[in-house]
Design a protein around this ligand. Sequence first.
Ligand SMILES: C[S@@+](CC[C@H](N)C(=O)[O-])C[C@H]1O[C@@H](n2cnc3c(N)ncnc32)[C@H](O)[C@@H]1O
Length: 340
Amino acid sequence: MSNLRTMAKLVGNRQGVLLVSLWRRVLTPVCRAAFLTSAVHNGVLRLLADQPRTAEELALALGAPAEAGPRLRGWLDVGVELGELGRRGDRYRLRGRLSRALVRPGNEAVAASLEQMVSYQIPALLHAPAMIKDGRRLTLGDMDGEVTARASRVLEPFIEAAIERVVDRGRPVRLLDIGCGTGVYSRHAARLNPLLTGLAVDLQQDVADQAAANLARWGLADRVDTRRADLRELEPGEPFDLVMMHNNIYYFSEGERVAVLERARRLLAPGGRLLLTTSCRDGNVGLRILNLWFDLADFGGPLPHHHELLAQLEGAGFTEVQATRLMPGQAFRAFVGVNG
Ligand SMILES: C[S@@+](CC[C@H](N)C(=O)[O-])C[C@H]1O[C@@H](n2cnc3c(N)ncnc32)[C@H](O)[C@@H]1O
C-alpha cells in the first residue's frame, strides 16, 4: 500500500518522473559502463569467468588482504544489482549478457574499446568546458598507449581487407609500419607475402616494446625490425615499397600533416605506395568524442575531413590518390597514394 502511495506521489510529481526517467535511461547505463570497465580493467571478470569466488578470495587474487573482502563486497553488490554478476551464498559469478561476452575469446578489442571510452574519452567530454576555460590541455600521458593499441583492434578486419588490396605478392617487399601499435598489421602484411621484410615503429617506448615482443612471439622478429621512433625524425635509408599509417594521422596537428605525409613519401621507393586508414570527422558520437579528445590535446589535431586529407596527400606529392570507405555507413576510410 505504502509502495503504491509512493508511486502515486512520484507520478504526480514532475521532479520524481524526471528522476525515474534519468535513472532508467541515463544513470543505470552509466553505472553499468563504469562497473564493467572497472571489472575488465582489474581482471575481475576474468577471475569470475574461471570460477565463482567469494569477496575474500577475489580480494586476495587482486593483491589486497583478505580483510578487504567486506569493502570489495560493496562494489561487487553493485554488479549484482546491475544484473552483471550473480551471487549464490557468498560466491559471486558472472551473470549478465555483457559481462559474459566481454571475457569471451575474440572480444578483447571490444573490452579495450569500452575501457578507452569510459576511462579516457568520457572524462574529456566531462571536463572539456572547464579545460577550455582554464586553458588546460591533455597530453600523450593522459592516454594509455597499450589500451589504445588493443582498442584499435576492433577495426582489424577492415584494415586487413585494405592491406590485402595493396600488398604485392610473390616478390620481395619492404614495409614501413608507422605507429605500429600491437604490430598486428605488420603481421598481416608479412603473412600475405613471405618475402616481405620491414620496419615497425611507434612513438611510445612501451608500445614499441610490446610490438617487438608480439612480433617475436609470432616468429617475425627476423623479418620485421621494431623500434621506438618518431616519423618526423626518420631519415630516408633503404627505400620502402609500402608505408602504412593506421589510426594515427590525428596524432599530428592539421598544420603539420602535409609535411608529415611528405616525409612518409620520401621514405618510399619511386612507385611505392602509402596506405593510410583513419576515422574521419563525419562520424557518429563516439568519433565526435575522439575528435574532441584530440582537439583538447597539446599534440595532434582533429580527425580529418576526408576531402581535406585527399588534398593534403596531393599537397605532399602523392599521385593516384584515392579514398575508400572501409565500413559500410561508417566514417572509417582507407587512403592510398603513389610516390611518383
Ligand atoms: C591509435 S594508435 C594505432 C596503433 C595501430 N596502428 C593500430 O591501428 O592498431 C596510434 C599510434 O600511433 C603512434 N604514433 C603517434 N605519432 C607518431 C609518430 N610521430 N611517429 C610514430 N608513431 C606515432 C602512437 O604512439 C600510437 O601507438
